[in-house]
Structures are given as structure tokens and as C-alpha cells.
Design a protein around this ligand. Structure first.
Ligand code: SF4
Ligand code: SF4
Length: 62
């Protein structure tokens, strides 16, 4: 699985700073997750930290 950022992302930067794998990068209009880099935070946090910090809940696991 990988984290996925929806188009409703407001580019607030919160998740970018928290990702332990630098897996969140700016796309054409909003941030997106590089699937090859996302480890769902295993080994760092008990749950995906990007999902925990997103103020508008626009990240999900797929
Ligand atoms: S789940 Fe963890 S590793 Fe994956 S993008 Fe979010 S913060 Fe980064
Ligand atoms: S925390 Fe949510 S709204 Fe903010 S940049 Fe990340 S995905 Fe977008």
C-alpha cells in the first residue's frame, strides 16, 4: 500500500515536513506521494503520520 493525496490538498506543507522518507513531493498542482518511497511509516510511527497531520483529511492509504 501507499499513501495517496487527493486533489483537495491545499498545499499546507504539514505532511511534507513529517514524512520520514521524503516521499511527498510537489506535483503539477498539489503535493503527491512517490509510491516507491512510501513505507506507510513502518519503523517510524504506529500509523501513517501524513494522514495524522493533514488538517483536511485528504490523504488515504491505497
Ligand atoms: S505514510 Fe509515511 S512514509 Fe508514506 S507518505 Fe505518509 S508520511 Fe511518508
Ligand atoms: S497535510 Fe494535507 S493539505 Fe497539507 S500538504 Fe499534506 S496532503 Fe496537502
Amino acid at each position: 500500500m501507499t499513501a495517496v493525496i487527493e486533489v483537495s490538498c491545499i498545499n499546507c506543507d504539514m505532511c511534507v515536513l513529517e514524512c520520514p522518507n521524503q516521499a511527498i513531493v510537489m506535483g503539477t498542482e498539489h503535493y503527491q506521494v512517490v509510491p516507491e518511497l512510501c513505507t506507510e511509516c513502518v519503523g517510524f510511527y504506529d500509523a501513517p503520520t501524513c494522514i495524522a497531520v493533514c488538517p483536511i483529511d485528504c490523504i488515504y492509504l491505497e
